[in-house]
Design a protein around this ligand. Structure first.
Ligand SMILES: Nc1nc2c(ncn2[C@@H]2O[C@H](COP(=O)(O)OP(=O)(O)OP(=O)(O)O)[C@@H](O)[C@H]2O)c(=O)[nH]1
Ligand SMILES: [Mg+2]
Length: 372
C-alpha cells in the first residue's frame, strides 16, 4: 500500500473532452417581388464524425469556435430561384454527444460518417414572406466526448490500472508510485494471437467522495458509460490516500467503487463486470486474498462492520475474479482470456436478442398477412 496526496493538485492536462461552439445557419437569399422569384435557402451547419479528429484539433484549427454557413443567393432575373447557400461541415471525433446550452442532449455521433444537423439555414424570401428572407438557426452547442472502448478500467488511484494496460497492450501510459498518475484517459488494444482485438480504456483513479467532486471527481466516469464492460482493478493491500484519510481494505475499496459508480449512474452497475485483484506478488497478498474471497462470497455478513454511507444499495456481480500481478505476470493471460470470453458472451447475447426481435417482427407481419 502506498500513500500519495501531493499529486492531487496536478492539473487535468491538455486533454479536452468538451468543447463549446457557436453555430449559425446561413441567411436565406432575397426574393424578387416583381417577378415572384424566391431567394435560395441559407446553408446548414453539419457535424460529421470522422476518425483521427480530436476536440483539441478543432479548437486549434478554429480558435473562434464559430461556424456559420453560407447565405442563400438572391433571386434575380437570370435565376429566379436563388441557389442554396454553402453548407458548413465540421468534422468531429467519433463518440460525441451534442448538447444544448441547457445540458439537454440533442444528438450523437458514434460511427465514422454519422451526420448531425447543428443549425438549419433560413428560408429564402418568397411571396409567402413578402420576399424577405429568414435568418438561419443560431445556437450554442457543446460537443461532449466519451471514449468508445470495450472495457473500462475502474479503480482507486495506484491500484495498477496503467501497469495492467501496459502489460496487456502496446500502450505506454505513465506509471508511478503515487495517486493520480493518470490524469487523462488512455486507450490500449489487447491483441490476441488470432488477431482479435479488444479496446481497453485506462481511466484516472476514483476516490471516495468522487461524486462530491473529490480527487478527479466523476468527470471521467462518463467515459465508462459507453464501455461495454467494466474491469475493476484493486490493490490487494488496500489503499490510503494520505495520512489524514482512512486506510481502506481491498474489500472496502470494491464497495466504495461500487458506491461511486452507483452515485454517478445506477445503470453502470448493470454492465458486465470483472474483478482483477492486483499486486499478488506482495508478501501479505495470499492471506489478504483468502480474507477478501470470504468477504466477497458473503458480503452481507461483513457490511455491518462498515460505516453506513460506504455501503452501496446494490452490489456488483463479477463474472470472474482473477488474482494478478502486473510485476510477475501472474494471472495476466487468464485475465485476457476472461475479458475475451466475457465480451464474446455479451456479443452472443446481443445477437440472440436481435434474432428474437427479428423473429417477433416476422411472426407479427405473417399474422397480419394471414388476417388479410
Ligand atoms: N508490487 C506490485 N506493484 C505494482 C503492481 N502493479 C503496479 N504496481 C505499482 O503500483 C504503482 C501504481 O501503478 P499504476 O499503474 O501507476 O497505478 P494506477 O492505478 O494507474 O494509478 P493512477 O493512475 O494514479 O490511478 C506503481 O508503482 C506500480 O509499479 C504489481 O502487480 N505488484
Ligand atoms: Mg494510472
Amino acid at each position: 500500500m502506498v500513500r500519495g496526496g501531493a499529486a492531487v493538485l496536478r492539473k487535468y492536462g491538455n486533454f479536452i473532452d468538451n468543447l463549446r461552439l457557436y453555430v449559425r445557419g446561413g441567411t436565406g437569399g432575397m426574393g424578387y417581388p416583381r417577378l415572384g422569384g424566391e431567394g435560395g435557402r441559407g446553408g446548414d451547419v453539419w457535424f460529421i464524425a470522422q476518425e483521427r479528429i480530436t476536440l483539441k484539433s478543432i479548437r486549434e484549427k478554429y480558435p473562434l469556435k464559430r461556424f456559420v454557413a453560407g447565405t442563400g443567393a438572391n433571386s434575380s432575373v437570370k435565376a429566379l430561384k436563388g441557389e442554396k447557400g454553402k453548407d458548413c461541415e465540421v468534422h468531429v471525433p467519433l463518440g460525441i454527444s451534442v448538447l444544448c446550452d441547457d445540458g439537454k442532449q440533442i444528438g450523437e455521433l458514434n460511427a465514422a460518417g454519422d451526420r448531425f444537423l447543428a443549425a438549419r439555414g433560413g428560408l429564402g424570401g418568397s411571396l409567402a414572406t413578402n420576399f424577405v428572407p429568414f435568418k438561419g438557426q443560431r445556437r450554442i452547442v457543446h460537443l461532449d466526448l466519451k471514449l468508445i472502448a470495450d472495457v473500462g478500467l475502474v479503480g482507486f488511484p495506484n491500484a495498477g490500472k496503467s501497469s495492467l494496460l501496459s502489460k496487456v497492450s502496446h500502450a505506454k501510459p505513465e506509471i508511478a508510485n503515487y495517486a493520480f498518475t493518470t490524469i487523462q484517459p488512455q486507450l490500449g488494444k489487447i491483441m490476441y494471437a488470432d488477431y482479435k482485438q479488444i479496446l481497453v480504456a485506462d481511466l484516472p483513479g476514483l476516490i471516495e467522495g468522487a461524486h462530491a467532486n473529490k480527487g478527479m471527481g466523476h468527470k471521467f466516469l462518463k467515459h465508462v458509460e459507453r464501455t461495454k464492460q467494466l474491469l475493476l482493478v484493486v490493490d490487494i493491500s488496500g489503499f490510503q490516500l494520505s495520512v489524514k484519510t482512512q486506510f481502506r481494505t481491498a474489500f472496502e475499496t470494491i464497495l466504495l467503487l461500487t458506491k461511486e459508480l452507483e452515485l454517478y449512474k445506477e445503470e453502470l452497475l448493470t454492465k458486465p463486470a470483472l474483478l482483477a485483484i492486483n499486486k499478488m506478488d506482495l508478501p501479505c497478498a495470499k492471506d489478504n486474498l483468502n480474507e477478501l474471497m470470504k468477504q466477497l462470497q458473503n458480503p452481507q455478513d461483513f457490511l455491518h462492520l462498515l460505516e453506513e454511507e460506504m455501503i452501496p444499495e446494490n452490489t456488483l456481480e463479477f463474472k470472474d475474479i482473477i488474482p494478478i500481478s502486473t510485476h510477475t505476470g501472474e494471472g495476466i493471460e487468464e485475465l485476457k482470456a476472461c475479458i475475451r470470453k466475457s465480451i464474446a458472451e455479451e456479443a452472443e447475447q446481443e445477437n440472440e436478442e436481435y434474432r428474437k426481435k427479428k423473429l417477433l417482427l416476422l411472426q407479427t407481419s405473417e399474422e397480419q398477412m394471414n388476417r388479410r
